[in-house]
Design a binder for this molecule. Structure first.
Ligand code: SF4
Length: 313
């Protein structure tokens, strides 16, 4: 890619107006890598209650075959409240005219299908919503859900965001991901066969990885036919297994120089049709790396590097 193709540009071209994602955190949702179905404790960088009893979140007692969900009304209300609280800001600061409801926190396909349908379809009734984007794991989406989403995609903009993180199985074990790259491959190929839009999420700076490993993950992700990509540096927050290792001096976070150099190389590898949804990220409870503390400084360094590398923005 020699001209930066952002997700914003993709949306503008498709909807002829400014479209922004509205992030939503559904109460009660959890993750099979936290609740014991796959593992406990979650990915080493995941902030969850395993590391802080005060990080309490009401969790859904999952029965994936059950039609009953005692939390559903609460979840629908939270969806509505969060959406209507966020859109005025997106309108004011970004001039957004249309919206994609982004089910962001935890694993948003890890619930009985009637619950998922109720939430997704409610989101699609909100004003100026053109679609939904669903963050999830590749081991937590059923064929039934995929086929249902395919039907929805005939009328709406539907995106599935899969956490890939790395294509290296040793790394995936090290970070307690709970699945291997084969699982990622199988699920993404299946999702693409159904014609659904896929965004892949990669992290640079995972324990034990060098630049070659990180760029291999980029190459392997491109080869799966993803439509969009998110990059971010591995940062350490409290209430994570990684924080414990960091405090014991067992883990050194990625430097800004290495992150930006890898990011630029990764962007150059992307074909022009893969949009970029994220080039960095910030966090409220950041412990390290220090350079991740200020997102606007990070972004200005990234834009300088893009310019220097001859990538038009
Ligand atoms: S998949 Fe996501 S929610 Fe689940 S443990 Fe990993 S980071 Fe946390």
């Amino acid at each position: 890619m020699d001209k930066l193709y952002t997700f914003g540009k993709y949306l503008k071209k498709k909807f002829k107006t400014k479209v922004k994602k509205v992030p939503i955190s559904i109460p009660g949702f959890t993750c099979p890598n936290i609740d014991g179905s796959v593992a406990r404790g979650g990915c080493v960088f995941c902030e969850n209650e395993s590391f802080s009893p005060n990080f309490t979140k009401e969790r859904f007692t999952l029965n994936l075959n059950s039609k009953e969900n005692p939390l559903l009304n609460k979840q629908l209300n939270a969806l509505k409240e969060q959406f209507f609280a966020t859109i005025p800001l997106l309108q004011k600061y970004y001039g957004a005219k249309k919206f994609i409801v982004y089910f962001q926190s935890f694993t948003n396909t890890y619930a009985p299908l009637p619950t998922l349908k109720a939430l997704y379809e409610k989101a699609l009734t909100f004003p100026n919503v053109v679609g939904i984007s669903i963050g999830t794991r590749t081991d937590s989406i059923t064929d039934e859900t995929l086929h249902y989403l395919k039907e929805l995609s005939k009328e709406w903009e539907i995106w599935i965001e899969y956490g890939i993180q790395s294509s290296n199985d040793e790394t995936l074990k090290r970070i307690n991901r709970g699945h291997d790259f084969e699982n990622v491959k199988k699920t993404i190929l299946k999702t693409k066969e159904l014609g659904l839009n896929v965004c892949g999420h990669l992290i640079f700076g995972l324990p034990g990885e060098n630049q070659e490993d990180m760029l291999k993950s980029v190459e392997d992700s491109i080869n799966l036919g993803i439509d969009s990509i998110k990059f971010h540096p591995l940062y350490i927050t409290d209430n994570t297994l990684l924080a414990l290792d960091y405090k014991k001096g067992k883990f050194t976070p990625i430097s800004e120089e290495l992150y930006i150099d890898t990011l630029i190389k990764a962007i150059k590898m992307l074909p022009q049709n893969i949009s970029i949804q994220r080039m960095s990220a910030g966090s409220q409870n950041l412990l390290a790396p220090e350079w991740c503390r200020n997102k606007s400084t990070q972004m200005s360094h990234i834009y300088k590097a893009l310019k220097k590398a001859g990538i038009k923005v």
